[in-house]
Design a protein around this ligand. Structure first.
Ligand code: V47
Ligand code: SF4
Length: 387
């Protein structure tokens, strides 16, 4: 047996990774079995080294970030009882339920006057009282007041919900929203596509095939989108691989995905965490880094892999920059969904925080727009800077 170049360099210790390293070096696509091997390997540094090499080949040392602002207009959701991992949703008359008026949305959007915010990320519950016109008038008003701010809004699940309550097709809903100002779709709502998993954690939620179907429709209309996978709950390695395969297949077909974002399940303050006895025990850093690295390696047709530091902490996101990640979810003014389920990380980082975080890793920070075009590149700092 020949010794692969990468193992000679000593980066890879697990022999099960040698043939995968050879395929990566040859630019060959990884199989589902390879992805399962990567997920099972205890050699996190080996998996990370492979992902880092692939990431560097695409992006060099550049790490991008975008200054965005989350707006969550309603937490009223008809799936409140069945999405058992969600601590954010409320029934209409339940304590804590809210639905913003247009004025409240606009007041919250005022933060974008700081001039730094380039994107509104708008998602909420499946609220029967928040129909197409609720969102269309919101997007029109936001575009009128903040024409320079990109609107990334409504997950595939919310698009399908609007289609159902308005008795319209997905396509017509997307066309109407684009007309009002929608620019791209966020990747939420994917959870883990496996039927067995959905039955346990998100029964009655839009299924995986339909999630893919909504994104396919959006891509056909020229609306780009992100995609996600929620991991660290009841899913198996095979469920993760099947999920990633569906994302990779759609990307082969349309090329419409901008970024992949693995989302770490937070077990606090939600029914699933109580059922699984996981409260106070979030995903491990090991598994967080591995999910990011495997995403980079298996999703060979994706340009961008992003960490969401709100979920996995700025510290882990920083380390992830050496595990295949090229993008950080940027400055977030106010964020409710994760802080309803126990996230204890800071709710916003300043521009200086983000630059420091990237520079310390020896990488070059670059601000991007919502379509991942670099807007300005910042000077790298000496990697050994101590403060
Ligand atoms: O779909 C809900 C997740 C997602 C919990 O597209 C939870 O740029 C962990 O998709 N523990 C929405 N996660 C957020 C999302 C996202 C985030 C950042 C950037 C982008 C993007 C998209 O949040 C939901 C669900 O998977 N979520 N509850 C929880 N207990
Ligand atoms: Fe509703 Fe989304 Fe929460 Fe499910 S995850 S209950 S769809 S807000």
């Amino acid at each position: 047996m020949t010794t692969p170049a990468s193992s000679r360099q000593g980066a890879i210790r697990d022999p099960a990774l040698f043939p995968i390293a050879d395929r990566v070096a040859a630019g060959q696509r990884l199989s589902a079995a390879d992805a399962a091997t990567l997920f099972r390997s205890p050699d996190l540094l080996g998996v990370g080294a492979l992902a880092d090499a692939v990431n560097r080949a695409r992006h060099g040392d550049v790490v991008t970030f975008a200054a965005n602002q989350h707006i969550n207009p309603t937490n009223v959701c008809i799936l409140r009882k069945t999405c058992v991992f969600c601590g954010y949703a409320r029934l209409p008359r339940e304590e804590g339920a809210y639905r913003y008026t247009l004025d409240q949305v606009m007041a919250e959007a005022e933060h974008a006057r700081d001039g730094l915010t380039r994107e509104f990320h708008i998602v909420g519950g499946l609220d029967m009282q928040a129909g197409l016109e609720y969102y269309a008038s919101m997007f029109r008003a936001l575009k009128r007041e903040f024409p320079h701010v990109h609107i990334k809004a409504l997950t595939a699940v919310e698009i399908a919900h609007l289609a159902r309550i308005e008795k319209m097709s997905w396509e017509d809903v997307l066309l109407a929203l684009r007309e009002a100002g929608l620019d791209t779709l966020p990747g939420g709502g994917a959870e883990t596509f496996s039927l067995a998993v959905r039955e346990q954690i998100a029964d009655r939620k839009l299924g995986g095939a339909d999630y893919i179907g909504v994104h396919r429709t959006a891509h056909r209309l020229g609306i780009r989108s992100n995609c996600t996978m929620l991991y660290g709950h009841v899913e198996t390695i095979e469920d993760r691989v099947a999920h990633l395969s569906m994302l990779r297949d759609l990307q082969d077909e349309t090329g419409g995905f901008l970024a992949y974002i693995p989302l770490a399940y937070h077990p606090d303050d939600n029914e699933l965490g109580r059922r699984l006895g996981l409260q106070g025990r979030s995903t491990t850093g090991f598994d967080d880094l591995r999910n990011l690295a495997v995403g980079r390696l298996f999703l060979d047709n994706f340009d961008h892999v992003k960490t969401h530091w709100i979920m996995v902490s700025p510290f882990l996101s920083q380390t992830a920059l050496h595990f295949g990640v090229n993008d950080l979810e940027g400055t977030v003014v106010r964020e409710k969904i994760y802080h309803a389920v126990g996230a204890t990380t800071p709710q916003a980082l300043t521009l200086e925080d983000i630059l420091k975080l990237i520079r310390e890793t020896g990488k070059v920070p670059a601000e991007r727009d919502s379509l991942y075009r670099v807007l300005r590149t910042f000077d790298p700092a000496p990697a050994a800077a101590a403060s």
